[in-house]
Structure formats: C-alpha cells, structure tokens
Design a protein around this ligand. Sequence first.
Ligand SMILES: [Zn+2]
Ligand SMILES: [Zn+2]
Length: 89
Amino acid sequence: MDFYRCMNHPMEASVAQCSRCGKPVCQQCYDPETGRCRHRCGEMVHHHAPNMTEQPKSTFWTFVVTLLAILGGFAVLLLTICGAMLFSY
Ligand SMILES: [Zn+2]
Ligand SMILES: [Zn+2]
C-alpha cells in the first residue's frame, strides 16, 4: 500500500491528486492544465466559474439593501413608539 490507485480505474496507479476533491487519479483522468480530475472537477470548472464570480456581488447588494430597509423600518418603528410614549405622559 505504498501508492494510491485511481478512483476511476482500480487497476491503474495514481500519478497525481486532484487539487479540488483530493482524490488520486491516473494519467488518463488527471488534467495537467487545471490540476484536477477530468471526470468530476475538470468539467465543473468551465460551467460554474462565470456564475460564481458574478453571484456574490448581486447577493451582497441585495443583502445591504434589505438590511438598510430593515434598519429604516426599525428606526421608524422606534420613533413612533417613542413619540407615542412621550405624548401619553
Ligand atoms: Zn476532483
Ligand atoms: Zn483513471
């Protein structure tokens, strides 16, 4: 048990480890360009990379806007409560 075997080919010895999932892969499954396994992580890079870079910005700004809206609502609520308490005394 001195070397790992490929996760896709149990008869092949692994030549490298996938940089994403960390699984041992053989020459056929390893992609030197990406440093990842071809079958699982290599394909995911091309499909998900563009969306992943754009999503955080929009979610961040919607988060900020909703946070400000909630804070504004609380401020108005507190003002109305304080005003009502001041007028009641
Ligand atoms: Zn992988
Ligand atoms: Zn393989």
